[in-house]
Design a protein around this ligand. Structure first.
Ligand SMILES: Cc1cc2nc3c(=O)[nH]c(=O)nc-3n(C[C@H](O)[C@H](O)[C@H](O)COP(=O)(O)OP(=O)(O)OC[C@H]3O[C@@H](n4cnc5c(N)ncnc54)[C@H](O)[C@@H]3O)c2cc1C
Length: 358
């Protein structure tokens, strides 16, 4: 069985940045995605909006986004629609509108050649051998199975992390089911909207223009997510006067929404969790790319430092990030509590006035 110092599961932003940043180790990375920027294989369902915090961490890594990752149009405001109180406001936002899959593929292309890559491969089992090393089993597209060993394993495998399930089989965490549909050539002005409707979800829905497509999606309680999605779609279709009848694509996945400190999972016994696998996602906006990259940078720094108390250091160095995410529960109150949101929207605080010129 082949041996590596480190096996990284998942090549979203967290896994790719980690794999690109660790020095002097033998590394295997495994991901379900097809690395070619094609329609094949797994695509992460995502709004694909790069928030200022994520832009800052990329700047700190001296990474400049290529044109191939950016989509049309760039929208600098979000239209906020509150179905509970029939309110509408616009707020300035400085997001970069991207093709999320192209972004992931671009980050994967930065991984140095000495890192071994098993792409279009799915990890199906994690175990420990008698020497205490991790044994990771994965399969490729042809259903061929492979196993390899490592002293350290990192779960950068997102909300449904197989490593988190292995390390914390009984843990309870807070998650929603995110569903998105893509519509082609919809007759509507470019839009980015956030929709709040407490009769459907205590999270939110969104619509966003991306090249020739309009995406409508939302995060819903998992129990009857599809029904809730359809109900919300119907209401938004009437409100925005959009024809949502011909979806060309539907995608769904879990999204973590931490509320308590115990909703973060850092790992133990030489197994680490980073990015969304660890619960590092904003519970107010569901923005997670910046936290994925930040946690990867923290772990890489610790591993490269060579200090043996990895877990203690990871705990210490992620404390600020965990606290920031935990404190977003205060922001959540003003966004998600119907009465407080009504008060904020009615007051017009931080909103902008939009005058349509054409
Ligand atoms: C619908 C939706 C919209 C979002 N919109 C935004 C947004 O606009 N902006 C923003 O900043 N954040 C957004 N987020 C959050 C953001 O997508 C995540 O926080 C971010 O992608 C986390 O990065 P990650 O690298 O930790 O995990 P992921 O990006 O989820 O990557 C995990 C990787 O692991 C791989 N993987 C998983 N399981 C296995 C396995 N068993 N074997 C092999 N590979 C595996 C997957 O292929 C994937 O590539 C959104 C989330 C959702 C669900």
């Amino acid at each position: 069985m082949k041996y590596y110092n480190i096996i990284i599961i998942g090549l979203g932003p967290a896994g790719s940045i980690l794999a690109s940043s660790i020095k002097n180790k033998t590394i295997l990375v495994i991901d379900k995605k097809n690395p070619n920027n094609s329609n094949e294989g797994f695509h992460k369902p995502c709004g694909g909006l790069l928030a200022p915090d994520a832009q800052k961490v990329l700047a700190e890594l001296s990474l400049s986004i290529p044109k191939s990752v950016v989509v049309d149009p760039q929208i600098f405001s979000v239209k906020t629609i509150d179905f509970d109180h029939h309110l509408e406001r616009s707020y300035q936002r400085m997001y970069l509108n991207m093709n999320r899959h192209a972004f992931d593929c671009w980050l994967m292309s930065k991984i140095p050649n000495h890192v071994e890559k098993a792409t279009s491969c799915t990890v199906i089992k994690i175990d420990k051998n008698t020497e205490g090393q991790y044994v990771v089993t994965y399969k490729n597209e042809k259903n061929e199975f492979f196993s390899c060993e490592a002293d350290m394993v990192v779960g950068a495998d997102g909300a449904s992390s197989i490593l988190r399930h292995y390390l914390y089989p009984k843990a309870k965490y807070r998650y929603y089911t995110a569903i998105q549909q893509w519509f082609k050539n919809v007759d509507i002005k470019p839009v980015y909207s956030c929709i709040f409707d407490s009769t459907i979800t205590d999270c939110y829905s969104w619509s966003i223009s991306k090249d020739d497509y309009l995406i409508f999606g939302g995060a819903y309680p998992s129990k009857n997510a599809r029904t809730l999605f359809e109900e919300q779609k119907k209401k938004v279709s009437l409100k925005l006067q959009v024809d949502f009848s011909n979806a060309v694509k539907i995608e769904a996945c879990l999204v973590m929404r931490p509320r308590l400190m115990k909703h973060f999972f850092l790992g133990h016994d030489q197994a680490f969790l980073i990015g969304e696998a660890a619960g590092f996602v904003s519970p107010s906006s569901l923005e997670g790319i910046s936290y994925a990259i930040k946690s990867a940078m923290i772990l890489a720094h610790i591993i490269n430092g060579g200090n043996k108390s990895f877990h203690h250091q990871y705990q210490v160095e992620t404390r600020k990030m965990r606290m920031t995410l935990y404190l977003k529960r205060i922001k959540c109150l003003f966004i998600y509590h119907p009465i407080l949101r009504k008060w904020v929207m009615k007051s017009g605080i931080r909103s902008i006035k939009v005058n349509e010129i054409v």
